[in-house]
Design a protein around this ligand. Sequence first.
Ligand SMILES: *Cc1c(COP(=O)(O)O)cnc(C)c1O
Length: 366
Amino acid sequence: MTRPDRPQPNPGIMDIAAYVPGRESAPGVAKIYKLSSNETPLGPSPAVAEAVASAAAHLELYPDGSAQQLRQAIGRAHGLNPERILCANGSDELLGLLCQTYLSPGSEGIFTEHGFLVYRIQITAAGAVPVVVPESNLTADVDAILAAVTERTKLVFLANPNNPTGTYLPFSEIRRLQSGLPKDVLLVLDAAYAEYVRRNDYEAGIELVASSENVVMTRTFSKIHGLAGLRIGWMYAPEAVLAAVNRVRGPFNVNALAIAAGSAAIGDRAHVERAVAHNEVWLPRLRGAFEEIGLKVTPSVANFLLIHFPETEGKTAAEADKFLTGQGLILRRVSGYGLPHALRMTVGSEEANRRVIAALSAFMEA
Ligand SMILES: *Cc1c(COP(=O)(O)O)cnc(C)c1O
């Protein structure tokens, strides 16, 4: 028998288009405004530095493998039972763990047309089939998701609000989705931007997790808490899901600095409120300014905006991106999300936002 002359990755692995993070530099430009990864312009809570410094005095010790301190802090902040919380190295890790736990070759994982790219990667990495469902008006469509369910469906990913569109589903729709799914299909509500949403008909999913066996809600410290560099995510989940995922995760998947920082950050509600207030001012201002210069903007409830450019030469998204990058303004191209004519802009500092408005005005007038 002839064997391959080198180790062979599992089927499907080499078909994965590796995730490309938002750019963080612009060649030849000194001052950079990174508006490409939905990070907060406010940075983390001032309480974080001290917590990290004191944790840093004991780096020879393994962290608490159950991240109890962090789970308790999250539980206090959200009124949740810490026993139903599982922490991870970013919510990206959770998305992967859920796929490893519930998908296998032959099974199917569903996500929507302009859904977060990590879903496809993790479904494929688990050997399962990614099933992409159309959206309506750049918004997830519950009927389309339900219509895509087959006997092989094991998992549905839904970011609410979604990245990169910024659109969301009201909770009545999430409920309708859950009640239409077979009981053995896990619904993963990715609520990475939940804190930013100010809508009466929005809920992140806490109640639905508490009252059903097939829903989990994932959250992150990377966005409003300003801790993307430390990698902290968590999920609120039914007992049976936790029992399974806890067997799969690494025993020390959340590091000691992350536990300390996350615990401090989530206790600082005033800092979160400042971030929400900043977003509430700038989200409508940016949208209004871009619409005034003739650009279409998808209504967003998160801390970023999807800006649509004309397809006419000289005014395309690719050309706008180049123009902005030349001024140190780094937005995100979203062709990989099936949106070649749009750029995604994170709501930045006042200075960054004003610069983008000025730059895009000049770009559109030229
Ligand atoms: C940013 C983001 C996350 C967070 O990922 P982390 O691994 O926690 O940094 C998760 N889901 C979506 C949709 C996101 O945009």
